[in-house]
Design a protein around this ligand. Structure first.
Ligand SMILES: NC(=O)c1ccc[n+]([C@@H]2O[C@H](COP(=O)([O-])OP(=O)(O)OC[C@H]3O[C@@H](n4cnc5c(N)ncnc54)[C@H](OP(=O)(O)O)[C@@H]3O)[C@@H](O)[C@H]2O)c1
Length: 388
C-alpha cells in the first residue's frame, strides 16, 4: 500500500467509528479519530454524545508523548480551535505533538473554519487535508446543511403498494409494509429531531409518531411532532394532543384559524401543544410556509426532520425542492382504484427527464418488502422550486 492508500484505509475506519454517534451527537457533527504508530492502530475514539468528549480526546487519552511523536492521527473533521462545551481539541496536539495529522475535511463552523488546521501547521505539525472528503461530507450532510442554509436535513418516508398507493380510496393505510419495515421506521424516528405530518394524516390515522423499540435498542432522542394544519382541524382527542405533555407537538396553523376557534386553541395550549402561527398570506404560500417551518425546526436545534406524509405534504416539499433523502418501503400488494392515493401529490414534473434522481442508492429486501434509500441528486434547474 502506498501512503495515499494507507491514508484512505485509516480514514475509512475513522468514518465508520464516527457513525456510532448518529442520533446522539446532533446538532454537533459525527466525528471519528484513529491513531496509527509504525503502521499499526494504537488507539481510536469517536464523539459519542452531545456535550461529551470529542473524538480526538477519546483517541489520544492515555497515549504517551514519545509514541505520539511517532504517530499519525486520522480525524474525519478538522479539530476544533475554540472552547465550546469542551476545551479546544487542537490544544491536545500542541501539548503532545504528533508526527502528522490527516483531516478528511475542514469544519465550516464559524468558530473553527480553518483555524484548527492553521494552528497545527503553526506548531509545525504536518497536516494533510481532504482524504475521503466526499465520504466525510456525506456522513455529516445534515450538520453541513444546517450550518450552510439554516434548514434541517429532510428525510421523506412512505410505505406504498406495488402500484404506488399509500392509502386505499377510503383512506385506509394500515398496514402496507410489514413488521420489519415498520421496525426500521421506529429506529429512524429514534434518531431524528422532528417528525412532520399533514392534518389529513392525523385525522385519518390518529398516529402517535413516537419511536417504539425494544429494551435492547436505546432511543437517542425524542422527536418533536410537527403537524401542518392550516385550518386547525385536528382534534383535542387525537393521540398527538393527548401525549403533548410527554412528547412535544408543534402545530403549524393559519392565524385566522386559531382566532376563529379560540376555545379550542386555549384547550390545545393547556394540553401542552405549541403553535407556529402564520399570517394568512404565508399560510397560503406553500413553499414559503414550508421553508419557515423548517427554519423553526433548525432554530430549535434540529438537524434531521422526518416527513411521514401524507401525499399533499410530500408533494409540497418535493415541488419546493426541499427534500434531501427518501426512505421508501414497498409492500407486495396491489391496491388499485382511481381514487386510491399516490405517494407524492403536488404539482410534480411535466417531463420524465426532469424527475428527481438519486445518489447513494441502496435497495434491500426486508422479508418480502423492498426498502429503497437514496439521497436526492439535486439538479440545478429545479432545486429551488423552479417548477413550471
Ligand atoms: N402509507 C403511508 O406511508 C402513509 C403515510 C402518511 C399518510 N398516509 C395516508 O395519506 C392520507 C392523507 O394524505 P393527504 O395527502 O390526504 O393529506 P396530508 O398530506 O396528510 O395532509 C394534508 C393537509 O395538510 C395541510 N397542509 C399541507 N401542506 C401545508 C402547508 N404547506 N402549510 C400548511 N398546511 C399544509 C393542509 O391542511 P389544510 O387543508 O387545512 O390547508 C392539507 O389539507 C391518509 O389516508 C393516510 O392514511 C399514508
Amino acid at each position: 500500500m502506498n501512503r495515499e492508500n494507507r491514508d484512505e484505509h485509516w480514514m475509512k475506519l475513522a468514518l465508520e467509528l464516527a457513525k456510532g454517534g448518529e442520533g446522539w451527537v446532533e446538532p454537533n457533527p459525527m466525528v471519528g479519530c484513529v491513531v496509527v504508530c509504525d503502521g499499526e492502530l494504537i488507539s481510536s475514539g469517536y464523539h459519542e454524545r452531545f456535550g461529551g468528549p470529542h473524538a480526538e480526546v477519546q483517541a489520544l487519552r492515555g497515549l504517551d508523548a514519545e509514541r505520539l511523536s511517532r504517530s499519525t492521527v486520522y480525524v474525519t473533521l478538522e479539530p476544533c480551535a475554540h472552547h465550546g462545551k469542551t476545551p479546544p481539541c487542537v490544544d491536545l496536539f500542541l501539548e503532545r505533538p504528533v508526527r502528522r495529522v490527516v483531516v478528511a475535511m475542514e469544519d465550516p463552523f464559524a468558530q473553527v473554519s480553518g483555524r484548527g488546521i492553521s494552528k497545527l501547521r503553526e506548531a509545525r505539525i504536518e497536516v494533510h487535508v481532504g482524504v475521503s472528503r466526499a465520504e466525510s461530507r456525506a456522513l455529516n450532510a445534515p450538520y453541513l446543511k444546517r450550518l450552510e442554509t439554516g434548514l434541517p436535513w429532510v428525510i421523506a418516508k412512505w410505505a406504498m403498494s406495488l402500484d404506488g398507493a399509500i392509502a386505499t380510496r377510503t383512506g385506509d393505510s394500515k398496514w402496507i409494509s410489514n413488521a420489519l419495515s415498520r421496525h426500521q421506521v421506529h429506529r429512524l424516528r429514534s434518531r431524528v429531531d422532528a417528525i412532520l405530518v399533514g392534518s389529513s394524516t392525523v385525522l385519518a390515522d390518529d398516529p402517535m409518531l413516537t419511536a417504539r423499540l425494544g429494551p435492547e435498542e436505546p432511543i437517542a432522542r425524542r422527536a418533536t411532532r410537527v403537524v401542518l394544519d392550516r385550518r386547525f382541524r385536528i382534534g383535542l382527542e387525537s393521540q398527538l394532543v393527548r401525549s403533548a405533555r410527554d412528547v412535544p407537538v408543534l402545530v403549524v396553523v393559519d392565524r385566522e384559524s386559531t382566532r376563529g376557534q379560540a376555545a379550542k386553541h386555549r384547550a390545545f395550549c393547556e394540553a401542552g401543544v405549541e403553535f407556529l402561527e402564520f399570517e394568512p398570506s404565508l399560510a397560503r404560500d406553500s413553499r414559503a410556509g414550508l421553508e419557515r417551518m423548517l427554519r423553526e425546526v433548525a432554530d430549535r436545534g434540529g438537524s434531521n426532520l422526518l416527513v411521514e406524509g401524507g401525499a399533499e405534504v410530500l408533494g409540497g416539499l418535493f415541488d419546493a425542492g426541499l427534500v434531501d433523502q427518501v426512505e421508501c418501503y414497498i409492500g407486495p400488494k396491489v391496491i388499485g382504484g382511481k381514487g386510491s392515493l399516490r405517494a407524492v401529490a403536488g404539482m410534480g414534473m411535466s417531463e420524465i427527464s426532469k424527475g428527481f434522481g438519486f445518489e447513494r442508492v441502496r435497495w434491500e429486501s426486508l422479508e418480502g418488502d423492498l426498502h429503497f434509500s437514496g439521497v436526492l441528486a439535486k439538479c440545478p434547474s429545479e432545486t429551488l422550486g423552479a417548477l413550471e
